[in-house]
Design a binder for this molecule. Structure first.
Ligand SMILES: [Zn+2]
Length: 443
């Protein structure tokens, strides 16, 4: 989820309310014309991924267990009542059963993200649990196509059954309210990774999102409690996710963890100079740690031209959002996540989409610097208000990555690792370390 924190930090008491249920009529009002226009401008879904994918690429894609570690679809499940069975060709979403099948996506980690700017602290667990519930409900509605998964073995079983292995990660340590008991409850509810911070610095981990904001109290990385959280995650078998954290929090985590880490959705700073991305030194540190960096597809993280254009429009764009929020307030109307997302989509659509090549460059760079065993896919599907490179319109387009890697001379075995094998190795190692810690005699 890449909402620009700057929008809302100035409107802490705004009426923006993501927990609002939105009626179908409101949805049509909000989305209708704009989305239709977007759709007309983009290639028809039916043609996606069926063209320009060679037989060789297709057979690699189809034999691999393709794992994506970040999709924000649960916001849609909860606030829009979106269903995975959706087949509306005009729907702007990245994830549906049809799109998952077309892209041969084998496992998705759905992101459980609680907006700290609009959710009262006391409601963090409630919103977290409500989002988790929506994921279970989707699986219950579609038992032939989806199955809950909690382990590497579960993902492999789901692959054999041709079902989407459905997993969850929490995006932002604020969800656990500084309480390791709550962290353990989340593990029991099926959470298999936690991003230590989102764009907000919490009470125990500095974030890259506000590291330069003097008004925020920072901790010079992780506090002692933050280090305890990492070790408890190691013990539980929950993957430690360093996407979003500040550089110092990253290095503190690497120095603390007993298991390999993941970056669930981060790209390379050497290519696109965004603080959410990882420096080459950080990439090498993840390689040494045995972890994996799952490349984020968001246009502003993978393409320097796009990033600069987005930065250039940010003032005007912030003002547009502010105006919308203030007008809604004057009129006494609640504001939903979807409405803000629609404004963001409109602004994003003013910037030319980067070529798919920019995304492949990031995969290539991370494979170069960290090693081909330490790179994977963390799309940020449904979390970037449509801002993805050309040709990447949904999960159905994932085979294009396989084709592009083949074109660059990657061996099938290495492509299979990038598509998911590396993440499965790290997840398996996290499980092994957890067992080892739990089996050690108490002292
Ligand atoms: Zn995010």
């Amino acid at each position: 989820m890449v909402h620009l924190l700057s929008y809302f930090s100035r409107f802490e008491h705004s009426i923006y309310n993501p927990s609002l249920m939105v009626s179908k009529n409101a949805l049509i009002r909000n989305y209708g014309a704009g989305i239709l226009a977007l759709f007309v401008l983009s290639p028809a879904f039916a043609q996606l991924s069926t063209e320009s994918i060679s037989q060789r690429a297709r057979s690699i894609q189809e034999s691999a267990i393709v794992v994506d570690t970040h999709a924000d679809t649960p916001q849609r499940f909860l606030d829009e009542n979106y269903d995975m069975g959706n087949t509306d060709p005009a729907d702007p979403g990245h994830i549906s059963l049809k799109k998952v099948a077309a892209g041969n996506l084998g496992a998705e980690f759905f992101s459980i993200w609680v907006d700290p700017q609009t959710t009262p602290v006391a409601d963090y667990p409630r919103r977290t649990i409500d989002l988790i519930d929506t994921v279970y409900e989707q699986v219950a509605r579609h038992p032939l196509q989806m199955t809950m998964a909690y382990s590497v073995a579960d993902i492999e079983r789901a692959h054999k059954e041709h079902k989407l292995a459905t997993l969850m990660g929490i995006e932002g340590g604020h969800s656990m309210q500084n309480d390791v008991r709550l962290l353990r409850e989340y593990y029991r509810l099926g959470i298999r990774y936690m991003t230590l911070s989102w764009s907000n610095t919490n009470d125990w981990a500095d974030s890259s999102g506000d590291i330069n904001d003097a008004k925020v109290q920072h901790h010079d990385g992780l506090t002692d409690f933050g280090k305890q959280v990492v070790l408890e995650m190691n013990r539980l078998g929950m993957m430690v996710d360093i996407s979003h954290v500040s550089d110092k929090s990253f290095y503190d985590t690497i120095a603390t963890t007993r298991a390999p880490v993941i970056a669930s959705h981060s790209s390379a700073r050497a290519l696109t100079d965004h603080p959410r991305n990882m420096t080459d030194d950080m990439l090498r540190a993840v390689g040494k740690n045995g972890g994996v960096v799952q490349v984020n597809f968001y246009s502003a993280f993978i393409d320097e031209n796009y990033r600069r254009a987005a930065e250039a429009q940010s003032k005007e764009r912030d003002a547009a959002v502010k105006e919308f929020l203030e007008n809604s307030k004057k009129e006494g109307k609640s504001v939903s996540y979807i409405q803000v997302d629609r404004i963001e989509r409109e602004w994003n659509s003013r910037i030319p989409r980067p070529p798919l090549k920019s995304l492949i460059d990031h995969i290539d760079h991370i494979a170069d610097v960290a090693g081909v065993d330490h790179v994977g896919l963390g799309s940020d599907f449904d979390g970037v208000s449509g801002a993805m490179p050309e040709g990447m319109d949904s999960a159905a387009d994932l085979p294009k990555i396989t084709q592009a890697l083949l074109d660059r001379g990657y061996k099938p075995n290495d492509i299979t690792k990038i598509l998911g094998g590396n993440l499965l190795r790290v997840f398996g190692e996290v499980e092994r370390v957890s067992q080892q810690i739990q089996n050690a005699p108490a002292r």
